[in-house]
Design a protein around this ligand. Structure first.
Ligand code: UDX
Ligand code: ADP
Length: 460
């Protein structure tokens, strides 16, 4: 079959995978291909056991795979054949040298750019999908247009705003699609081409065109603002615990103000995920580089509060359990950084488990989708065991710490859980997910975030 256009995505991860699957689904006339350096990932994309869990993704992949959606490790051929190349390789925080701990590690991006340069024989539109610090597109443009005579590369920024767990939904019905281009004739033409892809299913009024730098910066700023709301409410949750205020009531009350809005005001054990911390630290680094120390410190505090919130959660567990948890069985319920994903990058659960282990507790971890990643994250950590079945994990446990807001944890049989656990039974709800009064009536000592604890003076 002759395809209208050939689209390639380099990097078949949490962003590239779902994004390309949806493009293939909505644009049957395009050939969509994904490549990755990880043979294992590509093997799994071609199998029944996809490498990432995302509600609704299985169906879309199975419906289109082999028709106009392909997964391969043959990077040179795929580059040579593509018209539009999306780049969604990882851009982790640098762990070495200048900017370590804050700046983005761009080595994967640069390698990819050089690979594109090496294998291109025709003009290409190169689309930044990975979140990159401001002005990276310029560097890309320079690398790409540095050598090959007669081949022109147009670099666009098209940041991804999908959230894990709702990636397919977010892609099908995005709040907006942002396309940043150079203000040149060829830049605008490339923009048209990319916008035409999205116009297959997105209202034109939701497709925003900006300059490249605004698009890159907007991604960092959107994530910084979202994370800031969480840190703000988490800070207030601590104040609620010291007073008689209830953080859920405060969130609801302020969220009704249409200027503030109700979303992203759920207090909890803190945010996780591959984006928030990384993007804020990037923003902080960029501000520092421009001599804006006060601005850098302002955003840095969002990350600090988050870390403090993880630690506050564990410190509270220790002090409520008579200042010692050594030898006690502590069940961490949920290890993913949020519900409906198996992703554990920057999950608050990692810090929680580490702190519990430091206190010589015996930690049992359970999660419906993230145990594989949890085992990897906690490799070499002693006194941790993993359970598929939460009831098995809870047998003989002294405490239950709910860290991920999986809906299935709301539906557990808590009478049975109470029977299984040692008494007094402690329940720390790090996501304010459960029915605290009902749990208290069963007999648990219940510790929500940002509201008064429900303690039994005697064991029921
Ligand atoms: C985020 C952005 O939402 C998305 O637009 C961007 O493209 C990537 O980063 P993601 O990290 O997948 O997406 O998940 P998100 O739903 O934003 O949640 C991030 C973290 O914040 C999770 O740990 C979540 O549990 C926590 N959170 C979220 C809260 O603690 N309270 C809230 O009210 C909302
Ligand atoms: P994200 O959440 O941003 O999608 P992931 O880590 O899930 O991040 O995905 C990035 C993918 O990019 C990984 O599967 C990784 O193997 C792949 N990758 C990294 N560098 C290259 C490269 N030079 N060529 C092809 N794929 C790459």
């Amino acid at each position: 079959m002759d395809f209208e256009k050939r689209i390639l995505c380099i990097g078949a991860g949490y962003v590239g995978g779902p994004t390309m699957a949806v493009i293939a689904d909505k644009c049957p006339g395009y050939r969509v291909e994904l490549v990755d350096i990880s043979e294992e990932r590509i093997r799994r994309w071609n199998s029944d056991d996809l490498p990432i869990y995302e509600p609704g993704l299985d169906e879309i992949v199975k419906r289109n795979r082999g028709k106009n959606l392909f997964f391969t490790t043959d990077i040179p051929r795929a580059i040579a054949e593509a018209d539009i190349i999306f780049v969604s390789v990882n851009t982790p925080t640098k762990t070495f040298g200048q900017g370590a701990g804050q700046a983005a590690d761009l080595q994967y991006w640069e390698k990819t750019a050089r690979e594109i340069l090496r294998h291109s024989k025709t003009d290409k539109i190169v689309v930044e999908k990975s979140t990159l610090p401001v002005r990276t597109a310029e560097a890309m443009e320079r690398i790409l247009n540095s050598r090959r005579e007669g081949v022109h590369f147009e670099v666009l920024s098209n940041p991804e705003f999908l959230a894990e767990g709702t990636a397919v939904e977010d892609l099908l019905d995005p709040d907006r699609v942002l396309v940043g281009c150079m203000n040149t004739e060829s830049g605008r033409r490339a923009c048209e081409d990319l916008e035409a892809v999205y116009r297959h299913w997105v209202e034109p009024s939701h497709i925003l065109r900006t300059n490249v730098w605004s698009a890159e910066l907007s991604k960092l700023v959107a994530n910084a603002f979202l994370a800031q709301r969480i840190s703000s409410i988490n800070g207030i949750s601590a104040l609620c615990e010291k007073t008689e205020a209830d953080v859920d009531e405060v969130s609801r009350a302020i969220g009704f103000d249409s200027r503030i809005g109700s979303r992203f005001l759920r207090a909890g054990v803190g945010f996780g995920g591959s984006c928030f911390k990384k993007d804020i630290l990037n923003l902080v680094y960029i501000c520092r580089q421009h001599g804006l120390e006060e601005v850098a410190q302002y955003w840095e505090q969002v990350v600090r509060i988050n870390f403090w919130q993880h630690d506050r959660f564990v410190s509270n567990m220790i002090s409520e359990m008579f200042n010692t948890i050594a030898g006690k069985v502590m069940v961490v319920m949920g290890f993913a950084f949020k519900a409906n994903t198996g992703d554990t990058r920057e999950s608050p659960a990692i810090r929680v488990v580490q702190r519990l282990v430091e206190e010589c507790a015996c930690v049992r971890v359970t999660d419906p989708k993230a145990l594989g990643n949890a085992r990897r994250d906690l490799e070499g950590v002693e006194y941790v065991s993993f359970y598929d079945d939460p009831y098995e994990a809870l047998e003989g446990a002294h405490a239950l710490a709910l860290v991920t807001d999986w809906a299935c944890y709301r539906d557990l049989d808590y009478r049975r859980v109470y029977q299984l656990m040692e008494k007094p039974a402690f329940l720390f709800d790090g996501r304010n997910l459960l029915d605290h009064e009902a749990l208290f009536d069963i007999g648990f000592n219940v510790y929500p975030i940002g509201k008064a604890p429900l303690r039994h003076l005697t064991v029921k």
